[in-house]
Ligand binder design. Structure first.
Ligand SMILES: Cc1cc2nc3c(=O)[nH]c(=O)nc-3n(C[C@H](O)[C@H](O)[C@H](O)COP(=O)(O)O)c2cc1C
Length: 303
């Protein structure tokens, strides 16, 4: 058995696999299949200052090798999360990353401040959501907005702060450097890529929101490229994700520079995906005589 443990910002993970935010809820449905303690960590559904009902259906569309979603940030709000979901999650012997979002830097900071007085292990700030104070452009698409929201959340909490980057940008490295300078302890990437499908008979977009986020194997090479670029641009750890479905995919993202890996859409096609991936990573490491997974982080040798 290889040593699968990793340490990110002083937080010890028993293995590097974390179900991604939005595909795992608060773990309750998956717990019927396996103990959550088998996971390295869990990133919870994005939580905002108050309850949100999300976008109007249809909000899921199939695509080759992936899916589009426009769920929006449907969630019960931070007070409900802290009172009803977090206490249960904290009994599961796994690292809990509370994914947070908001329409303004102030809302994000308020949510982070409430989490600061809990025992949650890490905060993952999703900067792909629209900033209502800046005409609805996503925080994560401008260095200035990304820096402002990161700085506001940084002031509100001393918990390890992971900022989750949007891939819908010209230069992901500029955004990564901006959030590092504003106090992020780590970055996670990638969130979904903006996409669209049309029903050619009705000429209506399939999603009621017209556009949505693409996830799944289709985006894996983009994730590998962006993790590698960001790893060469910042000095903070990276949690990689985007299209991972196998242990070998997870190893590839770690060789690109990720210290841990989140698994999103794959949980929908197979609820056992995260635990299978952990087993497959171990098999790969054993077969190649690698004793500790942390030794492969960032070991890609570019031509
Ligand atoms: C249905 C759905 C809901 C999501 N909700 C969130 C969310 O609330 N917050 C967030 O940061 N990312 C959210 N994501 C993005 C995922 O966490 C992940 O970044 C993305 O899907 C890429 O990984 P994958 O290809 O493994 O799915 C969501 C993705 C899906 C498919």
């Amino acid at each position: 058995m290889a040593d699968l443990s990793v340490n990110i910002c002083g937080v010890e993970f028993k293995n590097p696999i974390i179900p991604a935010s939005g595909v795992f809820g608060y773990g309750r449905e998956y717990e019927e299949f396996y103990p959550l303690s088998r996971l390295g960590g869990i990133a919870t559904k994005g939580t905002t200052g108050t309850k949100r009902t999300g976008n109007i259906a249809p909000r899921i569309a199939e695509t080759p090798a992936g899916m589009l979603n426009s769920v929006g940030l449907q969630n019960p709000g931070i007070d409900h999360f802290i009172a009803k979901e977090l206490p249960n999650l904290l009994t599961k012997d796994t690292v809990i990353l509370a994914n947070i979002a908001g329409s303004t830097p102030e809302e994000c900071a308020e949510v982070a401040a409430k989490l600061d007085s809990t025992d949650v292990h890490m905060i993952e700030l999703n900067i792909s959501c629209p900033n209502v104070k800046q005409g609805g452009a996503a925080f994560g698409t401008s260095c200035t907005m990304a820096e402002q929201v990161t700085a506001a959340v940084r002031k509100a909490t001393s918990k390890p702060l992971v900022v989750k980057l949007s891939p819908n940008v010209t230069s992901i490295t500029d955004i990564a450097k901006a959030v590092e300078a504003a106090g992020a302890d780590a970055v996670s990437l990638i969130n979904t890529l903006l996409g669209m499908r049309i029903d050619i008979k009705t000429r209506r977009p399939i999603l009621h929101n017209n556009v949505g986020g693409l996830s799944g194997p289709a985006i894996f090479p983009v994730a590998v490229r962006m993790v590698w670029q960001v790893a060469n641009a910042v000095n903070i750890p990276i949690i990689g994700m985007g299209g991972v479905t196998t242990g070998e995919d997870a190893i590839e993202l770690m060789e690109a520079g990720a210290s841990a890996v989140q698994v999103g859409m794959a949980c929908f096609t197979d609820p056992f995906a995260p635990v299978k991936i952990i087993g497959e990573m171990n098999d790969f490491l054993d077969a190649h005589g690698i004793s500790a997974v942390r030794d492969i982080v960032g070991t890609v040798q570019p031509w």
